[in-house]
Write a protein that binds this ligand. Structure first.
Ligand code: FAD
Length: 516
């Protein structure tokens, strides 16, 4: 479709406006809308688009209150709409408050910044513009008072009240309030440093700082590595009882009780299990690929590259490695193509009886167990497998930096059963394999893109409530991976992320529990 030909795709969490949806998206919407009117040929728009995408990821959790959209005014079918909205130059960004009328032209942002943080602040200022309708899903953003807090638990049943103490210029309290808007059992309010009685009652000396306040009047400081937005959000999202709205609170004993098919296998969520990797291989080679009765052309090349990287880098048990190597030798010799799946399968099952070579049958998920049969499992195994492979390739250190990622990309593109996932992954891969110029950058590429996926699907129906999607690893898992810039924005310390991934996915740390 034309919308996909512009600067944004469906993977960017930006509503792509068109003649068909412009009325329903901009008129009478329950969320405020930020809209970029751009032309796909305009250089400024092209250079602004990564910033706009980053902003969309950054405020993804705010969607019920404020959502983002874009429209390519250079596309023939959109010209009329852009004229109606009186667009004179590109890019133009306009803010439409909640419940805008059909004739509303929106409020243009003049001379807007190209900095995600400043854009975010500008959006908050617009939301708070006096007199404009308040989006129904938007929690209060104004500072709270001691009197209001004292009444709070009489009128509310939420478990946690988080108070962010800050000066009136700080946006952190409002940002964190919006970041947690889709979570239950927690309310976030900002308190100004001028609220003297409360400040002295809690002994607050640092601004910003965050305190948890309880119905009996007790309170405690939220302990974080840095007093900034992202660290508050990580910490608040994992307080007991805090869950995404509409999701049942995960109760571990319930999970154990309701399981009918397989017993739960205890595992350490900060470790990688060989049982998951072998299960992923079984599923990939015996179930997913079985859908292809004949494999030829581009698909055959993809399969060869996949089996080749497995034979080279999979850190498996000797019997599994013997199987992968013999499978690889056979496959690389199939020069003419096409091959039948049946012939491939015979090699996977080792009917040629290569000594000491086998891939265990069946799946036994451990670190990739889901609380229900439709959660986690195979896609979790696929991610884990490819992270392990990029890390192994980096450890061995003498190959084409893109080898594993290309094999992954082509496997996903040709065979991954979740076609919708495959399309999104292809959109990301198309955007940026060029940055991969070394083996460590391949490890980082996959980690970073996996986080983009986590960001996009956090809170979706596919999310297991027991395993919420986060920007991984959390500050608890890897404190040194996280840092802050001078302006208070969170940033990843990539120099620390690489060794963290290297250790987390390293062959020597993979646990062999639950293997047959
Ligand atoms: P997963 O995301 O599967 O991660 C597995 C494990 O890897 C985690 O438990 C964690 O230990 C670790 N991990 C988490 N993040 C990172 C990271 N950034 N770097 C390294 N390790 C990490 N689902 C959709 O609903 N929509 C999609 O578009 C979609 N696209 C997908 C594309 C691909 C290529 C794949 C393999 C899967 C896709 N999925 C998609 C499935 C989804 O990403 C998850 O795999 C699935 O929801 C199971 O999630 P999980 O909780 O087991 O964690």
């Amino acid at each position: 479709p034309a919308a996909e030909a512009g600067l944004y795709t469906a993977s960017d969490q930006i509503v792509l406006l068109s003649e068909q949806n412009v009325g329903s998206v901009l008129v009478n919407s329950s969320a405020a809308m930020v809209v970029e009117f751009y032309a796909s040929w305009c250089g400024h728009c092209i250079s602004f688009s990564p910033i706009y995408k980053k902003l969309a990821r950054d405020i993804k959790e705010w969607k019920p209150a404020v959502n983002m959209a874009a429209i390519d005014c250079a596309a023939d079918e959109n010209v009329k709409i852009c004229m109606e909205y009186k667009i004179r130059g590109y890019p133009t960004i306009k803010f439409f408050h909640a419940n805008s009328f059909a004739n509303s032209l929106g409020m243009p942002y003049r001379g807007f910044s190209r900095d995600v943080r400043e854009l975010r602040h500008m959006i908050i200022d617009s939301l708070e513009y006096p007199g404009d309708p308040w989006p129904p899903a938007c929690p209060p953003l104004e500072p709270t008072s001691e009197a209001e807090i004292n009444n709070f638990f009489e009128t509310n049943t939420v478990q946690h009240l988080a108070l962010i103490f800050e000066d009136d210029k700080s946006y952190i309290g409002r940002e964190v309030t919006l970041d947690l808007l889709q979570f239950e059992n927690i309310t976030v309010r900002r308190v100004l440093d001028t609220e003297e009685h409360l400040v002295s009652k809690l002994g607050v000396t640092e601004f910003p700082s965050c305190y948890l306040y309880y119905p009996n009047g007790s309170f405690e400081r939220l302990v974080v590595k840095f007093e900034v937005r992202t660290f508050y959000v990580y910490a608040l999202q994992r307080l007991p009882g805090v869950v995404r709205s509409g999701k049942p609170p995960p109760v571990f004993t319930e999970l154990l009780k309701n399981r009918t098919e397989e017993p739960w296998r205890d595992f350490n969520s900060s470790r990688v299990y060989m049982a998951d990797l072998e299960s992923a291989l079984h599923y990939s080679l015996r179930v997913e690929l079985a859908l292809q009765s004949v494999i030829n052309g581009q698909a055959l090349t993809a399969l060869k590259d996949y089996i080749s990287v497995l034979a080279k880098y999979f850190p498996g048990r000797p019997v599994v490695m013997n199987l992968l190597k013999s499978l690889n030798t056979w496959l690389q010799n199939q020069n003419k193509g096409p091959i039948s799946y049946e012939a491939f399968r015979e090699r996977v099952d080792n009917t040629a009886q290569v000594p000491d070579a086998a891939l265990p049958e069946g799946v036994r998920w451990v670190g990739c167990q889901g609380s229900q049969p439709h959660f986690r499992r195979y896609p979790c195994g696929v991610w884990t497998l490819f992270h392990v492979l990029t890390v192994q390739a980096n450890n061995i250190g003498d190959s084409d930096p893109k080898e594993v990622l290309k094999a992954m990309r082509n496997y996903i593109h040709n065979f991954f059963g979740c076609r919708y996932c495959a399309q999104h992954f292809e959109n990301m891969a198309r955007e940026g394999l060029d940055v991969v110029t070394s083996l460590p950058s391949a490890v980082l590429w996959l980690w970073y893109r996996h986080n983009r996926v986590n960001n996009r699907i956090a809170g979706d129906l596919s999310e297991d409530p027991f395993f919420p999607k986060i920007q991984w690893p959390s500050p608890e898992m890897c404190p040194s991976c996280h840092t802050v810039k001078d302006n208070g924005e969170h940033s990843w310390n990539e120099a620390q992320v690489i060794p963290f991934l290297g250790s987390h996915f390293s062959s020597s740390r993979i646990l062999t529990d639950y293997l047959e």
